[in-house]
Design a protein around this ligand. Structure first.
Ligand code: F6P
Length: 360
């Protein structure tokens, strides 16, 4: 059997993209008579503008531990996919043309939520698609886990660990801002793993008075420092009530004064109780470096799962993990949905039980 596959990585990168592609290609090349792999440059851009190169299984050797993506990536917003480019090019038609020109059996697309929406659009347009769920946010509906998440948890936890020692030396209040604009999974996990005292995530709006009360309670109990793990998208109860448009305006105004939500919270804490707050933002380091062993294993399983689906000729799916097992999830069931942290999540409940405040 011969298979001709196209592969691309789209959206923000993460650890284990290479490990996953390696899993797909090894899973296929070990079981097929012939395999042709076309790697598209910088995500959907490569597919739209016909920028690709033919890869051999050699290209996928030695990349299990390599962070980033050998294909490159870029953000191509889903909402602009139906909008012609500056030269009037119909992007969807262009992607289809590239696919048909190369006589592909399928396209393997590694990406997060936005990428998945475009993958589903291409499925609706009749292309054979397999989506593989990457993101440090672990916010893809239909899979328990995304690759990249555990590696990012390690890095964000390490940032909190490092802050712990200096916070205790100086007896200070510290904020560690963790990635995640819409979903607080990464902040929740790293916050718990790093022993943060206060965790603020978008799904549980905070009341600044509750936050300062938690800091003061610790001080009264003789604790010299407090560490807050704050998601990029943390939101106050007051702001959560605003209509979307008003909140957007508020964010624009805030951006003129503070680099991010953590600096605003730091200022509010200072104004409320006079504690000086230091802010640390590990930022894109959370997406960098090598994948952790958990992600290497997950990626290998997802990659092998994708290879098997290709050999079975089953497309229009995401290869996810459900209850610990690799599962083929129809794209139409998961595309466009976000997996958020429930305020009733067992980890939130456990964290509250041991005294972590969510400022709610
Ligand atoms: O979706 C992954 C993610 O890392 C988010 O956690 C973060 O908010 C965003 O991407 C950052 O995007 P960019 O790399 O475009 O700044």
């Amino acid at each position: 059997m011969i298979k001709r596959i196209g592969m691309l990585t789209s959206g923000g990168d993460c650890q284990a993209l290479n490990a996953t592609m390696r899993g797909v290609v090894k899973g296929l090349s070990n079981n097929l008579d012939e395999l042709e792999v076309y790697g598209f440059d910088d995500g959907y851009k490569g597919l739209i503008y016909g920028k690709y190169r033919m890869l051999t299984s050699k290209d996928f050797s030695g990349i299990l531990t390599q962070g980033g993506t050998i294909l490159g990536t870029s953000r191509q917003p889903f909402k602009l996919m139906r909008v012609p480019d500056e030269n009037g090019l119909d992007k969807v038609e262009a992607m289809k043309q590239t696919y048909y020109k190369l006589c592909l059996d399928c396209l393997v697309i590694l990406g997060g939520n936005g990428t998945q929406k475009t993958a589903n659009l291409l499925r609706e347009e009749g292309l054979n698609i397999i989506h593989l769920p990457k993101t440090i946010d672990n916010d893809i509906y239909g899979t328990d886990m995304t690759f990249g998440f555990q590696s990012a948890v390690n890095i964000a936890t390490n940032a909190i660990d490092c802050i712990h020692t200096t916070a205790s030396s100086h007896g200070r209040v510290f904020i560690v801002e963790i990635m995640g604009h819409k979903v607080g999974s990464l902040t929740l996990h790293a916050g718990v793993a790093g022993g943060a005292d206060i965790i603020l995530i978008p799904e549980i709006p905070y009341d600044i008075k509750k936050v300062t009360a938690a800091i003061q309670k610790r001080a009264k109990a003789g604790k010299r420092f407090t560490i807050l793990a704050v998601a990029e998208g943390a939101i106050s109860k007051e702001d959560a009530e605003l209509p979307k448009k008003k909140y957007k305006e508020k964010l624009e105004a805030r951006a003129k004064k503070y680099p991010s939500v953590s600096y605003e919270i730091a200022d509010q804490i200072y104004k409320e109780i006079g504690s000086e707050v230091r802010v640390t933002v590990p930022g894109h380091t959370q997406r960098g470096g090598e994948p952790c062993p958990y992600d290497r294993v997950l990626s290998t399983r997802i990659g092998a799962g994708a290879a098997q689906a290709i050999m079975d000729g089953e497309y229009g799916i995401m290869i996810g993990v459900v209850n610990g097992k690799i599962k083929r999830v129809p794209l139409e069931e998961c595309a466009g949905k976000l997996k958020m942290v429930s305020p009733k999540d067992q980890l939130v409940v456990a964290a509250k039980q041991i005294g972590i405040s969510f400022g709610d």
